[in-house]
Design a protein around this ligand. Structure first.
Ligand SMILES: C[S@@+](CC[C@H](N)C(=O)[O-])C[C@H]1O[C@@H](n2cnc3c(N)ncnc32)[C@H](O)[C@@H]1O
Length: 376
């Protein structure tokens, strides 16, 4: 009997596998990932012959095997992503936010040799890492640096009309947050930057040092849902009259001075989030990206979006509703005049969220919400 075990889990460790009465073929592809369970730092998997379960194998993973991109990003809601996204193992998929490539890797492991992936990210640094991590599938992946709001142009450039599935895992990667020099984190010293696309001319420094007070207030309210928006905006404008605000620490200090102690950490998180959204025009790109994605899905193709704050989630939810084409005529109208035609079918009436164990293993997943829709 031969057990198939994924190549990526398989350097030379036959002796670390204990399976009574079973012979292993470690050169073959693809363990049955949907039935695998992670136990400690190993995996168990069923051993079956002619459909009869003979036992379970145990394979101890090294830290590198368990998480080959440990310092980049731990992927969120992987099982849900795979089950909603993958309708056809021979299909073509787009990962609009490839980051370090962890979701992409899981997708590629499930696709057949004919399956293709287009891996897109606006951040060059992310693409460099993704290219390394997805090297085993190099032949089947096309890497594109660009914004997903221009998805149509990117697909045209590759000569691809319609695709089977599109994934958007929004926001920033752990790498972006943890890299001091990118200036995304209020907990790390760094320049006021926050650009995902580093070819973009202006970043957080420009927002903080040049935006009028009213504009700063609006951003903090709208994108940060920050209660102390007025006080923080005023303090920033006062402080920058003295000297330019040129670091994450300087900005964090001003926010702290504007907000009572117990609210400081939440306010810091909201203000930094708001500036990041403004710098990268995240909500504008999201709306455009969703439109482009719905346009380029084959009939039966899937759109899967993971968002991390309520503004994003609201946009995704409303977009799917709108594209479902439900009549929006007032109930007193005798007949429909809006004539909306549905192009999407909502697959998640309620968003999918991580369970407790995932949140324990990866606290950054705690705010994740996944929504999925199918092109009709
Ligand atoms: C949460 S991370 C994705 C992590 C990835 N799923 C993984 O498994 O490693 C979000 C990524 O999306 C990228 N991104 C955010 N907005 C984008 C946009 N509008 N177009 C393209 N990439 C974007 C960011 O640069 C970042 O690398």
């Amino acid at each position: 009997m031969a057990i198939a075990l994924s190549r990526y889990l398989q350097p030379e460790p036959a002796e670390r596998i204990s399976i009574p009465d079973a012979e292993l073929d470690l050169t073959d592809q693809a363990i049955t990932f949907d039935r695998r369970q992670e136990i400690g730092i190993g995996i168990t998997f069923p051993i079956a012959e002619d459909g009869i379960l003979l036992g379970r194998g145990y394979y101890q993973l090294t830290q590198m095997e368990k998480n080959p991109t440990p310092f980049f990003h731990i992927p969120v809601l992987v099982d849900a992503v795979l089950s909603y996204l993958l309708v056809n193992p021979d299909g073509t998929y787009v990962d609009c936010t490839v980051g370090g490539g962890s979701h992409s890797r899981a997708i590629l492991q499930r696709l057949s040799d004919r399956g293709r992936l287009i891996a897109l990210d606006v951040d060059e640094e992310a693409l460099e890492v993704a290219e390394k991590n997805l090297a085993p599938w190099r032949e089947r992946v096309r890497f594109v640096k660009g914004n997903f709001s221009a998805l149509a142009e990117h697909l045209d450039g590759l000569g691809v009309d319609y695709v089977d599935g599109i994934l958007m895992d929004l926001g920033v990667s752990s790498h972006q947050i943890d890299a001091d020099y990118r200036g995304f984190s209020f907990q790390r010293p760094g320049p006021l930057d926050m650009r995902m696309d580093r070819r973009q001319k202006t970043g957080a420094y420009h927002v903080v040092n040049t935006y009028p007070e009213a504009e700063l207030r609006r951003i903090f309210r709208e994108y940060g849902e920050e209660r102390h928006a007025s006080r923080i905006a005023r303090k920033i404008v006062e402080a920058r009259k003295e000297r330019e605000i040129d670091s994450t620490e300087a900005l964090a200090q001003i926010v702290r001075s504007a907000v009572p102690g117990e609210y400081q950490v939440k306010s810091l998180a909201r203000v930094f989030q708001a500036i990041r959204i403004e710098v990268n025009r995240e909500l504008v790109h999201l709306r455009l990206g969703l439109e482009a994605a719905a346009d380029r899905l084959k009939s039966g193709g899937r759109l899967v979006v993971i968002s991390y704050h309520s503004l994003e989630d609201r946009i995704v939810k409303n977009f799917i509703r709108e594209k479902e084409g439900r009549c929006i005529c007032p109930p007193e109208f005798p007949q429909c005049v809006c004539n909306r035609i549905g192009i999407l079918r909502n697959l998640t009436r309620k968003p999918i969220v991580p369970d407790e164990q995932e949140i324990r293993n990866n606290p950054r997943s705690r705010s994740a919400k996944l929504r999925a829709a199918e092109r009709v």
